[in-house]
Design a protein around this ligand. Structure first.
Ligand SMILES: Nc1ncnc2c1ncn2[C@@H]1O[C@H](COP(=O)(O)O)[C@@H](O)[C@H]1OP(=O)(O)O
Ligand SMILES: [Mg+2]
Ligand SMILES: [Mg+2]
Ligand SMILES: [Mg+2]
Length: 356
């Protein structure tokens, strides 16, 4: 079994630095009174500069690894104002010298100012087409952009894929409570999973994190009546009405918990009292799921003892390119209930006429 210790250290540093950036953008641009309702520019700026930060670090640490990133720099090459903001933000984070507390290394491209050309090139480094063979990273610099703008849940998501299999996943959730039992307590959690070596939660802040040991994540085994479904906030992203019918069929009594982003996978993996089942059935069959939206989250759940599959029990395929391979929906739960959940999902889909 490959340990991926160096990759893990680099990925954690990259996600932590990107979370510092997205938090700063939220505090300065979204929370500020200057934002006109409906203005998406803060999220564009945060997305692109967070991708610049992560890709610059990966590029220095692992120069030959390709990256499948959600964003590209095409808009920045057209828009000088946007471009200047992104360069400035990325540099604010990248130029901070390596932190001993966070066990960072100067060779990861930290502590230096980057030129406009270097930042744009780093963002465009995310244009790899993915595929079945070899090693690659996949990045969603802000997953859950709607949640980011609402001040709700969002996540910085990075995974290492080798020969189509997710080997390492790191997810930063700046707004997720560290302790699910204290929802109003300190927020900012970092989730790390390595294939065959478990799933762990760390505090996102290294200052706090240097004192608190990581928590090993194990999904609890709950019967359907004691758990709730974790689902999207956005009706356009998942068939929430179908979820409600499945929940009723299986005897689920608790209300669904809705949150944006792969924070749902994190809540499932650590067994938040509210969680138990992840269900994402397509609301619109035209939409194609991307690998960066599921790679780290699915490994996190699997390493915490759960199963992630499509509605027919088929494992998710991360080797088909930038999009997930052929599948119908995403269904996640603990090992003990996953099969029963699939049967419920299929029965309702049949009743709705969604199965051929
Ligand atoms: N029609 C859609 N169906 C499913 N997922 C979608 C759809 N439109 C966007 N998404 C993606 O859903 C993810 C968020 O999911 P959730 O609602 O569970 O938080 C985002 O990555 C978003 O992609 P994008 O980043 O391109 O907007
Ligand atoms: Mg996303
Ligand atoms: Mg995104
Ligand atoms: Mg997006």
């Amino acid at each position: 079994m490959v340990v991926y210790a160096a990759e893990q250290a680099v990925a954690i540093a990259a996600v932590r630095r990107a979370c510092t950036l997205t938090t700063a953008v939220f505090n300065n641009l979204v929370k500020g009174e200057t934002l006109v309702k409906g203005d998406k520019s803060p999220v564009t700026v945060a997305d692109l500069s967070a991708q610049a930060v992560v890709n610059t670090i990966l590029l220095h640490a692992f120069p030959s690894d390709p990256i499948v990133g959600e964003e590209d720099a095409a808009d920045l090459r057209e828009n000088k104002v946007l471009c200047a903001r992104v360069i400035e933000l990325a540099n604010e984070v990248l130029s901070v010298p390596p932190s001993e507390l966070a066990e960072e290394k100067a060779s990861w491209g930290l502590g230096e100012h980057r030129s406009e050309g270097e930042v744009l090139q780093a963002i465009d480094r995310g244009n790899y087409e993915g595929g079945r063979a070899g090693r690659m990273w996949t990045l969603d610099p802000i997953d859950g952009t709607k949640g980011f703008l609402r001040g709700g849940q969002y996540a910085v998501c990075l995974a290492l894929i080798n020969d189509g299999r997710v080997e390492l996943g790191v997810i930063g959730c700046p707004n997720l409570p560290l302790d699910p039992a204290i929802p109003d307590g300190p927020a900012g959690a970092l989730f790390v999973a390595t294939r065959g070596r478990g799933a762990f939660q760390y505090p996102l802040s290294t200052v706090v994190g240097s004192k608190i040991p990581p928590v090993s994540l194990r999904m609890p085994s709950l019967p359907f009546e004691n758990l709730s479904f974790l689902e999207s906030v956005e009706k356009a992203h998942a068939a929430l009405d179908t979820n409600a019918k499945i929940a009723q069929l299986l005897g689920v009594k608790c209300e669904p918990v809705r949150m944006d982003s792969q924070a749902k996978y994190a809540a499932l993996a650590r067994g938040d009292s509210s969680g138990g089942v992840y269900l994402r059935l397509p609301a619109n069959t035209e939409y194609r799921e991307k690998i960066w939206d599921h790679a780290p989250g699915s490994l996190l759940v699997e390493e915490a003892g759960g199963i992630i599959s499509d509605a027919f029990g088929k494992p998710l395929d991360f080797g088909a390119g930038r999009f997930l391979g052929k599948h119908y929906g995403v269904v996640g739960a603990g090992k003990e209930i996953h099969q029963k959940l699939l049967e419920g999902v299929q029965q309702i889909l049949k009743e709705e006429g969604k199965l051929a």
